[in-house]
Design a protein around this ligand. Structure first.
Ligand SMILES: Cc1cc2nc3c(=O)[nH]c(=O)nc-3n(C[C@H](O)[C@H](O)[C@H](O)COP(=O)(O)OP(=O)(O)OC[C@H]3O[C@@H](n4cnc5c(N)ncnc54)[C@H](O)[C@@H]3O)c2cc1C
Length: 418
């Protein structure tokens, strides 16, 4: 198909596949639809700090390359954020256009620019700064890009055999194809970033890293799962180790005999675990102590979990697991009601007296939040040891992790500038 492509500063005729032609038409429409607000609420709500209004203004003037440059200034990985961010609560959720109609679809712009304009970072002449980064999640990868592209020598130590962090071990491939992580590896290789995979850093090795490098960044994520303190049982599972084996061991089933599994939680981890269990042929019921609107998971994740067949039981909490001998045969559940908002801004919840009921199932999985595991490695940050990403702030999101890595890199570069 021949189409006039107005996205370019010079209108030209180009041969494109029909899909590409309609894609570009859609992008043009999105650019026209954006008001490029002077006081942009989308920018304020972007955890990565993308200058969305500046990007859209450049596009409105036909300056695509300038728009891509602005995007890459804050975000080296638009292919990740365009796919994985909670846009409904971030840029799209705060878009002025969304007040009366549909919001501007910035993720499609991000994906378009990321796909069309190649990764622009190049290695600069060595600046003498040597940095070790522990962990290879998005905060570490972002820090590595911003450090190496200014000449720092960066080595990433990662306990897994590949990069990605929670994107590798947590987010299943039906949500994020792992080829994107291989592409990021190639880009970081080209930047000269060194990788040491399969290395678990402990307190002793950390001491050595501190001697060998000018600066050490700890980017070990929030992998310490919250727990209900239940009796240990092979029928009571945690979501993160399950997802790790499901993702890295080709759909590993931890309990082949269990048919009906109750998952507890309302975040993305609970949704990913439930949807993965469905793919193992399980029946899944998801319980959550607040209502569905209070679930921290992305709206689209909740929608897709339901589409996959996960049964939702909001306003329901665990009273106790029910065993016959060692075998779990069900759960005693209790109904909840909402009260006033608590300090987190979400409604508080209370047990409805006398609402207990028995619910048969074969296994129970907890996905009730994660916290930093940094205390296993050291006590505190100091002048040359810095925590970034989820291990610093607790479980957040990929865009915030990218921003943390970027800001840490800038701080180290400024501090070590000769
Ligand atoms: C299942 C799941 C689904 C999610 N879905 C989304 C989503 O859709 N959108 C979104 O924005 N966010 C999502 N998140 C959150 C997001 O992935 C995290 O906020 C983000 O990955 C945090 O990045 P990070 O670099 O701080 O840590 P991580 O990504 O957790 O990476 C930490 C890395 O450190 C390594 N490590 C830990 N300890 C050591 C050690 N001692 N030695 C060596 N290496 C070590 C780990 O193996 C890991 O690779 C999800 C998280 C999970 C778990």
């Amino acid at each position: 198909m021949r189409g006039a492509c107005k996205m370019h500063s010079v209108t030209f005729a180009c041969r494109k596949s029909e899909a590409e032609y309609y894609w570009i038409m859609q992008i043009e429409e999105t650019v026209r639809y954006c008001l490029a607000c002077l006081n942009p609420r989308c920018v304020a709500s972007c955890p990565c700090g993308n200058a969305i209004n500046a990007i859209m203004s450049s596009l409105k003037q036909g300056k695509e390359e300038e728009a891509a440059k602005t995007l890459y200034t804050t975000n080296p990985f638009p292919e990740l954020t365009s796919l994985l961010c909670d846009h409904d609560r971030q840029c799209k959720g705060h878009c002025v256009r969304g007040i009366k109609g549909k919001p501007v679809d910035f993720p499609s712009i991000e994906a378009y620019l990321g796909q069309k304009y190649p990764f622009p970072y190049r290695k600069k002449e060595a600046n003498g700064l040597h940095v070790a980064i522990v962990g290879a999640g998005p905060s570490a990868l972002s820090a590595a890009v911003f450090l190496s592209s200014e000449g720092a020598d960066v080595t990433i130590y990662e306990k897994e055999e590949s990069l990605g962090g929670a994107m590798l071990t947590g987010i299943p491939s039906f949500r994020l194809g792992k080829a994107v992580l291989a592409q990021i590896k190639e880009r970081l290789d080209a930047l000269g970033v060194n990788f040491r995979f399969g290395v678990t850093i402990n307190k002793e090795i950390l001491k050595t890293l501190r001697k060998d490098y000018d600066e050490v960044l700890l980017a070990v994520g929030a992998s310490k799962e919250n727990d209900l303190g239940l009796v240990p049982s092979k029928y009571i599972l945690h979501a993160l180790p399950f997802l790790r084996s499901f993702n890295l061991q080709n759909g590993f089933d931890p309990l082949p005999g269990a048919h009906h599994i109750v998952v507890m939680g309302g975040g993305n981890v609970a949704m990913d675990a439930s949807r993965s269990l469905i793919r193992l042929g399980k029946k899944v019921t998801l319980i959550y102590r607040r209502d569905e609107a209070s679930m921290p998971a992305q709206r689209k994740e909740i929608f897709e979990a339901k589409e996959d067949g996960v049964a939702f039981m909001p306003l329901t909490n665990l009273a106790e697991p029910l065993f016959e001998g060692e075998k779990l045969v069900g759960l005693k559940l209790v109904k909840m009601e909402l009260g006033e908002k608590d300090e987190s801004g979400r409604p508080s919840f209370h047990v409805i007296e006398g609402s207990e009921f028995d619910f048969p199932c074969d296994a129970f999985m907890m996905a009730i939040g994660e916290k930093s595991g940094v205390s296993a490695l050291c006590e505190a940050e100091d002048e040359h040891l810095h925590f970034i990403g989820d291990c610093r702030y607790g479980a957040r999101n990929i865009a915030a992790a990218i921003k943390d890595g970027r800001e840490a890199a800038k701080t180290l570069l400024a501090k070590n500038a000769k």
